[in-house]
Design a protein around this ligand. Structure first.
Ligand code: SAH
Length: 358
C-alpha cells in the first residue's frame, strides 16, 4: 500500500482508533472525499455497467411505469419525480424522453429531483439532462421535504449502502471487523457477542460460521421513502441485485475493470457493494406505513411492462442494429443473465391500485 493511498490512511485510522466495522470500512471505500470510489473515481463504465447503460429500453420502461402509476392514482397535481443515485443520468434521460411522448401532462407540473453524493457524477447528470427544466440536485433524500406525491426510482442504489456483518460463532453472533495484520488490512471477528435479541427472528437459527448482513442505512431510507409515499401518494420502484433471505452467506464484493477483485487490497480503486436483502427491505417499507409489491425478478417485471414490444419497435427503427439490440434486451431479461438475480420491489400507499409490472 502506497503512503498516499486510501488503504494506507484506513490502516493508520485503525492503528489510532481500533478496528472498523465492515460498514465503516465500506463507507470510506465509497465516499471518502479524497480516495473514495464514487467521490474520486468514475466507477460506472470503468468497473461495472448497469441496466440503463445496456439498453435505452430500460429507462424508457421506467418512464412508462411512472406514467401508468400516476394515471392509476388519478393524476395527482404537482408530482415529484425523484431518482436515487442516477449515475450518468442515462435512466432519467430515457425516462423523460418516454414521458414526454406518452404523458406530457405529468411533466407539466412535475419537479425532477436527483439525489447524488458524487460531485463528478452530478456534473455528468447535468450534461445528460441539459435542456430539461425544473431539475434539482440534493445529496440526501432527507433534504427534500415530504410535500408532493413522490414517484421514485432507485436502480443499483441500495447495493452501495454500507452493510454490517455478523458471524455465528460458538459464543454467539460476533461482528466482523476490519483490522491490520502484518501491515495489511484483514478481516477479524470481534471477541464479544452481540445481544441476539437485536437480530430479526429469521436469523436466530443459523449454522456456525453463518453470516448475518444488515444495512441499517438501507432500512432507514426504505422506511423514510415508504412514509413519504404513504403520506403524499405516489410510488417507488427499487431495483437491485439481491436475495429474498434469510440466507447465511456474506455478499460483500468488489469489482474492478468488470472483474471481481479483493475487497481489502486497494480501497477506493475498486467498487465495493453488497447484495440487497429484499426481505428486510420489504419489512422496512411496511414499517414505514406503505404497501410493498413484489419483489419480483427483473426479467418478469420488464416483460410485464412490455419489453418485447419495445424491443421490436427499437429493432424496426434500427434494423442494422437488430442483433445488438436483441442481445442487450436478452441480457436484461434472461434469468441466466440479469433477469433473476436482479429484483424489483414496489412501494405504494396502502389503498392504491396495484403497481404496474407486479
Ligand atoms: N442508477 C445508476 C447508477 C448506479 S451506481 C445506474 O443504474 O446506472 C450508484 C449511484 O448512486 C451513483 O450515482 C453514486 O454516486 C450514487 N450514490 C451511491 N451512494 C450514494 C449515497 N449514499 N447518496 C447519494 N448518492 C449515492
Amino acid at each position: 500500500m502506497g503512503v498516499n493511498t486510501l488503504g494506507h490512511r484506513i490502516a493508520e485510522l485503525i492503528g489510532a482508533e481500533g478496528p472498523l466495522s465492515v460498514a465503516q470500512f465500506m463507507s470510506l471505500c465509497l465516499y471518502d472525499p479524497e480516495g473514495g470510489a464514487y467521490a474520486a473515481g468514475e466507477p460506472i463504465g470503468q468497473h461495472f455497467i448497469t441496466a440503463p447503460e445496456i439498453s435505452q429500453a430500460y429507462g424508457e420502461l421506467a418512464g412508462l411505469w411512472v406514467a401508468q402509476t400516476w394515471l392509476d392514482q388519478g393524476r395527482p397535481d404537482r408530482p415529484r419525480l425523484m431518482e436515487l443515485g442516477p449515475g450518468r443520468g442515462t435512466l432519467m434521460a430515457d425516462a423523460l424522453r418516454a414521458l414526454k411522448v406518452v404523458m406530457p401532462d405529468f411533466l407539466d407540473g412535475a419537479e425532477i429531483v436527483l439525489i447524488e453524493s458524487s460531485p463528478g457524477l452530478q456534473r455528468r447528470q447535468e450534461t445528460a439532462l441539459a435542456g430539461h427544466d425544473r431539475v434539482r440536485w440534493h445529496k440526501h433524500f432527507g433534504d427534500v421535504p415530504a410535500d408532493r406525491p413522490l414517484f421514485l426510482i432507485a436502480n443499483e442504489f441500495f447495493d452501495c449502502l454500507p452493510v454490517r456483518q455478523f458471524v455465528k460463532t460458538e459464543k454467539g453472533w460476533c461482528e466482523r471487523m476490519v483490522i491490520v495484520r502484518e501491515g495489511k488490512l484483514a478481516f477479524a471477528v470481534a471477541p464479544a457477542a452481540i445481544d441476539p435479541s437485536l437480530l430479526p427472528p429469521d436469523r436466530v437459527e443459523a449454522p456456525e460460521g453463518g453470516f448475518y448482513e444488515v444495512s441499517p442505512a438501507s432500512l432507514a431510507l426504505a422506511a423514510e421513502i415508504a412514509a413519504t409515499i404513504a403520506a403524499c401518494g405516489g410510488g417507488g420502484l427499487i431495483i437491485d441485485y439481491g436475495y429474498d433471505g434469510p440466507g447465511y452467506g456474506e455478499t460483500l464484493q468488489a469489482v474492478a475493470g468488470h472483474a471481481y477483485a479483493d475487497v481489502l487490497v486497494d480501497p477506493g480503486k475498486v467498487d465495493v457493494s453488497a447484495h440487497v436483502d429484499f426481505v428486510a427491505l420489504t419489512r422496512a417499507v411496511r414499517a414505514g406505513g406503505a404497501a410493498a409489491h413484489g419483489p419480483v425478478p427483473q426479467g418478469r417485471f420488464l416483460q410485464a411492462l412490455g419489453m418485447a414490444a419495445r424491443a421490436e419497435r427499437l429493432i424496426a427503427a434500427n434494423p442494422g442494429q437488430a442483433d445488438a439490440i436483441a442481445a442487450a434486451i436478452d441480457r436484461l431479461v434472461n434469468p441466466d443473465k440479469m433477469g433473476s438475480l436482479f429484483r424489483a420491489l414496489g412501494v405504494a400507499p396502502k389503498n392504491a391500485p396495484p403497481l404496474p409490472g407486479f
